[in-house]
Design a protein around this ligand. Sequence first.
Ligand code: UGA
Length: 447
Amino acid sequence: MSRIGIFGAGYAGLVTGACFAELGHTVSIRDIVPEKIDALAAGCVPHFEPNLGELVERNRERLSFTLDAGEALEGCDFAFICVDTPPTYSGDADLSRVWTVIEELKPLEGRPVLVMKSTVPVGTGEKVRSALDARGLESWGYASNPEFLAEGTAIKDFLEPDRVVIGAFEESDAAAVEELHGGIEAPVVRTDVASAEMIKLASNAFLPTRISFINEIANVCELVGADVEAVARGVGLDSRIGTRYLRPGIGYGGSCFPKDISFLKLLAGNSGYHFQLLNAVIEVNELQKRRVVTKLQKHLGNLRGKSIALLGLAFKAGTDDMRDAPSLVIASRLLAEGAEVRTWDPVADARGLLRSARQCDTISEAVTGADAAVIVTEWDELRSLASPETRAAMRNPLIIDGRNLLDPAEAKAAGFVYEGIGRAASPLDALPETPEREPETSPARKE
Ligand code: UGA
């Protein structure tokens, strides 16, 4: 079993550390924020992630938290960089925290391996290698081992991943990182460092590309009388395509997709390549968030003075994360139109972010007297929204379902005017109005 120092007690660092401890390794997690380390040492996990608290607790013996880089590095075989790399004003990744960690490294016995988990531009590994050599740290190995942890399923994603990607300059370093993952059943992709870095960016650009694609299909479905839910299923069951990440909605958000797709676009641009497809993916996503407002206007006309209940704030269910949450754009647009916005979320708090909106403690409080209810996040609590109680409480029984969470027929049967995404012209709506087909007089011509 190995000793591991983890730099950064953020989301990725904590999950990585707790999971390696679960696999039997001894892990020291270092962060520079005293309150965070104190809280972790006292058994409080500052992230809303299912089972993470239990995992940390269960592995207390092998898991420690420190402010001291030297303590985290003591006798370690691996040092993982798990710090965040937020965008700078130019949109490039800010690697200052990565470089700070590298400055703290010192020569150790044997061949410790520095492992990059943070999402970094392609070419970072080369620069880190040169910096290590320039600082007399030639004995440190280096590997890129990107993370593919989705919030809400991060522990499962770590312990039962689709693949483990390891890019290294030396075969022996790659082999050491692979061995560290012993106990995890998954294909291992061993490659060069630049390719490993690119695998992360390409994955986080391809998934939003699928989402923007299905969102555009949904928008066309609304115009031509098709139901995107049936279309997504029918398309996705083609094993070459697959059903995942084909859920239409209000656009993707979170701390990763929006940032990483821009990183890749800029990386390509800085290298002299105009990545046209990504421009479209990003633009479609921005417009998708705003379509909710257009749908409300279609039903309510001018939104000035109208009361809109935004149900769900987090960028997806299962997290309290508000980073790049579509709810922020939708709420801000509604406020700009003069609407009164009430919000509800079971865990996310947007009081500081949306000062002009009223955050309610219950769904019932949010919908009482509302002119419309918008499902923004797919929380389970909202599955029973189309109830007689909600109908009686609302001023106007309009539901805009930004996640296609409800059954349109049930919502309508319960007396609501219902509109989802890409389902407005579902067969139920469209059939009575569909005009009779003209009888064909001549055989169709094939162009
Ligand atoms: C994402 C990736 O899924 C992880 O593999 C990756 O490791 C992580 O980013 C990261 O780079 O750290 P995450 O941001 O937690 O994870 O969120 P996802 O579950 O992938 O969802 C992202 C957004 O896409 C959400 O707003 C979600 O609602 C939306 N989405 C997802 C859709 O609109 N439709 C879908 O079919 C799937």
